[in-house]
Write a protein that binds this ligand. Structure first.
Ligand code: HGY
Ligand code: MN
Ligand code: MN
Length: 394
């Protein structure tokens, strides 16, 4: 049976309704929120209707299992605090459509907390054994809620962890989330490898004081330490990084965060990504040393939280070959091989089985924003490539 493009697009739009927000096709569906749990219930229903056996594990990873040995396909259905309708959702819904129409046994997964409310690709990290449940449970989100508490939101649906040995491989379709395919007017990207990442919370502790009476030279201002740190690492990274290396301070919390108070504490996220583990380690060294030097020179203390991370991984060549053949059939001359600068569940799953990934363009290269979007013709082209490729993968 051929894939049904209309049914696929309808499901994609239906999934967007869970947590629909903001302008355009925006979504707010962070892991374990009510919208996320409701979306998982709906997906479980769709999996059942497709003849798959539903099993959710203790952290909320939702599987629709085909009988016997099968190919696993999917992605995640949680979103960033402000996200788009396709990041993750596309891979899950495309997998569902292929499972419904393929002659081959295909199982479907929606991993939980890929977007890292509690770390980095939390659900698949735990399922793959990269992160132990006992290590994950004390991790907190930016509001201080522990993972152990948050995951109670799916406890009523949760069963055992799924045995990975029942799967022959994993294929994840995703939007590119970068500018390459859109800029080159191409429809399909076959992923070669996924970058590595490090992520750590850093705290500068200074002295909270009156913003009118405390002379500048007597201040131990945590925010100024943070801005000095940010400028200094940019300078020190210069001889270490390549044009593809990226680093981000994306979350900052100042205490007490008031106009007339010199901030006593700054807690912030420090994240960096690159395709080379050695470079990630050299950057870590610079980050730690710079933070310590800045704290010492300004009379503050610095504390580093647990460092989470994933190593760079290459995609499986056999599965990639099948995707390339499918891409040439469906989008001749309009596809390319390319690396992924975004993280994906496939990185974790690669510990367990061969993995491959397929990209479709992101309009304007925009993602992790409400106005993330992709032409529906490109979404359908991606689905067809997947379908062609799966027929060859078995
Ligand atoms: O941040 C990432 O790369 C992924 O979207 N979680
Ligand atoms: Mn994603
Ligand atoms: Mn994402």
């Amino acid at each position: 049976m051929a894939v049904n493009a209309e049914r696929f697009l309808e499901d994609l739009h239906r999934l967007r309704q869970f947590g629909a927000a903001g302008v355009g096709k925006g979504v707010v569906r962070p892991a374990y929120s009510m919208a996320d749990v409701e979306a998982r219930k709906w997906l479980a229903g769709r999996m059942s209707e497709a003849g798959l056996t539903v099993q959710m594990d203790p952290v909320g990873n939702l599987f629709g299992l085909a009988e016997g040995r099968s190919l696993l396909m999917g992605s995640h259905s949680d979103s960033q605090p402000e996200g788009g309708w396709l990041d993750g959702a596309l891979g899950v819904v495309a997998a569902l459509e292929v499972a419904r129409s393929s002659d081959r046994p295909v199982s479907v997964v929606s991993f939980e907390d890929e977007e890292g409310r509690f770390g980095v690709t939390t659900g698949s990290a735990i399922w793959s054994g990269h992160l132990l449940l006992d290590q994950a449970d004390p991790l907190t989100d930016h509001a201080g809620i522990p993972f152990a508490e948050a995951r109670q939101a799916v406890a009523h649906m949760a069963g055992e962890f799924v045995d990975p040995s029942r799967f022959s491989g994993f294929v994840e379709m995703h939007i590119e989330q970068g500018p390459t395919l859109d800029a080159e007017d191409e429809q399909i990207g076959v992923v070669t490898d996924i970058v590595g990442i490090r992520d750590m919370r850093i705290t500068f502790e200074g002295r909270q004081n009156h913003a009118g009476t405390t002379p500048m030279h007597l201040r131990r201002d945590a925010f100024r330490a943070l801005t000095a740190f940010s400028t200094e690492i940019d300078a020190r990274f210069r001889n270490v990084v390549t044009p593809r290396t990226v680093w981000t301070i994306g979350h900052v919390s100042l205490h007490p965060n008031a106009s007339s108070i010199v901030p006593g504490r700054a807690v912030f996220s420090m994240q960096w990504r690159d395709g080379d583990s050695d470079r990630l380690a050299r950057m870590e060294e610079i980050i730690r040393t710079t933070a310590q030097e800045i704290a010492a020179s300004r009379g503050l203390t610095v504390e580093f939280g647990p460092m989470l991370g994933l190593e760079p991984v290459a995609m499986d060549t056999k599965l990639r070959d099948a995707l390339q053949t499918g891409a040439e059939r469906i989008a001749p001359g309009k596809w390319r091989n390319l690396p992924s600068g975004a993280l994906h569940d496939a990185t974790n799953v690669a510990r367990l089985m061969p993995v491959a990934m397929l990209f479709v363009p992101s309009i304007g290269g925009i993602s992790h924003a409400f106005d993330e979007d992709t032409d529906e013709a490109d979404l359908v082209a991606g689905l067809r490539v997947l379908d062609e490729a799966v027929a060859k993968m078995g």
